[in-house]
Design a binder for this molecule. Structure first.
Ligand SMILES: Cc1ncc(COP(=O)(O)O)c(C=O)c1O
Length: 370
């Protein structure tokens, strides 16, 4: 009898496994915390305020209808997103988190002999999806933790199918400007797909917003990804979406599972989309948290990368060690060695109290406190 390893596609065994932020319950169990509530998770860029109360109400109502399959065509959610963004519903495809949309892009556009272009320190799932599709990844060095769009354009080869630009970028918390994007879009070959991943865009102040949807409306080969996991506080439900010209959406639609977005997720996402108050409150919490962390890092003498979103990259030295030590203090952060930044950790900005606890723990584990 052949083993599973012998039966498997030869490349499957070599695929890298995504390292997620560690769940509170798992860390509590491992480290013997009696009460999981003693632990704070600042590891996955979730919204510390929780879901929109309107979304919670929608989920409560939805619970009694969970014996029914969802609307497989996500009709009303697509309508609402399209109205919200001023695009056509046929240009929108919801998925199980924006992660699923990245995977669908892989299914449709990547194969052996092709490649993707991304920054060295950008969302790792692009790379994982490329290797699962047997495509190569061309990783371009960043400049001052920012995408070097000029270098990314220069890295494009005839085999390049997709350039991924996370804006703002995870894990650096930096973004590229409208001017840089426009220059890039003027220069990028027409037959390459540019995927702008805007997972954190709703957290930005209006003055910082950039407009890449104009390229979708103009029919360029552009895919914009967004999610309900971050500003909308619905990471547990797994719902995100792609916005792209209709022929692209039609292709992505062919390779998805029939009921990829749950009924509860559809209803909660629609409710959250209309809750502007919750987004405004979230933005304020993030702005306040950035000020708080920057003051804290300054006091501790720790260099950080100025951020525009709800997480911050800070240089603590021996990042994985500090990550482990912080966990023992009941604070879950994210080590960055997987991103080629062994001296950094990434901290999600939480509530004032959570940030305070994190900074106090950081002072203890770095020995830089008073
Ligand atoms: C840049 C970026 N894109 C996409 C995602 C995936 O989000 P989700 O699948 O929860 O929508 C994340 C999550 O961390 C992210 O940081």
């Amino acid at each position: 009898m052949k083993s599973f390893a012998e039966l498997a596609n030869p490349w499957a065994e070599d695929l890298m496994v995504y390292e997620p932020g560690r769940p509170i319950e798992e860390v509590a169990r491992e480290l013997g915390f009696e009460d999981a509530a003693e632990i704070i998770k600042l590891a996955s860029n979730e919204n510390a305020l929780g879901p929109s109360p309107l979304a919670v109400e929608a989920m409560r109502d939805a619970a009694l209808a969970m014996h029914l399959y969802p609307d497989g065509g996500t009709h009303y959610l697509r309508q609402d997103i399209a109205a919200h963004l001023d695009v056509d519903p046929a240009q929108v495809l919801p998925g199980t988190g924006s992660n699923e949309l990245i995977e669908l892009l892989g299914h449709v556009f990547l194969r052996e002999g092709t490649n993707i272009v991304m920054s060295e320190q950008a969302f790792v799932v692009y790379r994982l999806v490329a290797s699962a599709s047997r495509a190569e990844t061309i990783a371009v060095p960043m400049t001052d933790f920012r995408h070097d769009l000029e270098a990314m354009r220069a890295a494009i080869t005839p085999e390049t199918q997709i350039v991924f630009v996370a804006n703002p970028n995870n894990p650096t918390g930096t973004m590229v400007s409208q001017e840089e994007i426009d220059r890039f879009m003027d220069a990028v070959p027409d037959d390459v797909i540019v995927c702008f991943d805007e997972a954190y865009v709703e957290l930005l102040d209006d003055a910082d917003q950039v407009d890449v949807l104009q390229y979708v409306r103009a029919g360029r080969n552009v895919v914009v990804l967004r999610t309900f996991s971050k500003a909308y506080g619905l990471a547990g439900l797994r719902v995100g979406y792609a916005v792209a010209p209709e022929p692209c959406i039609a292709l992505l639609n062919r390779v998805r599972q029939p009921f990829n977005v749950t009924a509860m997720a559809q209803l909660a996402a629609r409710a959250a989309l209309g809750d502007e108050g919750h987004i405004a409150q979230t933005r304020q919490m993030v702005r306040d948290g950035i000020v708080q962390f920057e003051a804290g890092f300054k006091a501790l003498g720790l260099p950080w990368v100025p951020t525009v979103v709800n997480f911050v990259l800070v240089e603590v030295g021996a990042g994985r060690e500090k990550f482990v030590a912080l966990q023992k203090e009941g604070v879950i952060t994210r080590p960055m060695d997987g991103y080629g930044l062994p001296d950094h950790i990434r901290i999600t900005i939480g509530t004032r109290e959570e940030n305070e606890r994190c900074l106090a723990a950081l002072a203890r584990v770095t020995g830089k406190g008073q």
